[in-house]
Design a protein around this ligand. Sequence first.
Ligand SMILES: NC(=O)CCC(=O)C(=O)O
Length: 272
Amino acid sequence: MHKEFRLALIQMKVMETKEASVDRAVLNVARVSEKGAEVVVLPEMFNCPYETHLFSDYAEEEGGYTWQKLSEAAERNKVYLIGGSIPEREEDRLYNTSYIFDPKGKCIGKHRKIHMLDIDIVNGQYFRESDALSAGETPTIVETEFGKIGVAICYDIRFPELSRYMVSKGAGVLIFPAAFNMTTGPAHWELLLRSRAVDNQVYTVGCAPARDYDLGYISYGHSMVVNPWGDVIGELNEDEGYLVGQIDLEAEQTIRDQLPLLKHLKKEKYTL
Ligand SMILES: NC(=O)CCC(=O)C(=O)O
């Protein structure tokens, strides 16, 4: 297993058409792979404005247009591609789904967002994801040449048990395609990423769309990589761009050896 690798986050604008968003994503995957990225992450709902009334129009079945383009991009650029998320249709249901591809273009995993963003904050963000989407059922951990990677989507980060579960199953990196908003983003985004990183002594990564004031739901941006000590080692602002960070799993192990939090856990005393 390779202990070090370069991971890229693509913070892109979501375009009006699905095709334009997918083209933009694919172009950026090529760009970051030229910079040496071996694992590439896209944002939540990168091919569809994050608005419940649009999810059905943009939705695809597994293996559809976006899936194909991501698979080709992973293979052409020889990268692991954590394909953000898109609206997935299965029979009469829609899900917020991340497809994950290996450098041969094979789909090695899929995460359906488990926790639905149903919030109503006074003088702030209102959103009812469950008006349009169904919730996923299972945590997602994929096997790569860089070890196990846990993938969950945005609001899933607020549930520490899910991150702890993925790490307890061996995930050395947690990746969250996400789209925090202008109410909760400034308040909680960095705090949550750093908390999950410190709680679990794990690289924790969040990748968001770029901010676009013309859309109904405005993404906070600030895609970020946090190391297992809780330091932010890379962060974008609100604009379009990409970030390439170095992941060092030996360093992660050193922290776990020196401060053996995960070994000290006494689950039997406080299991929920
Ligand atoms: N897309 C999301 O799930 C956003 C989550 C969010 O903004 C939060 O505060 O949690």
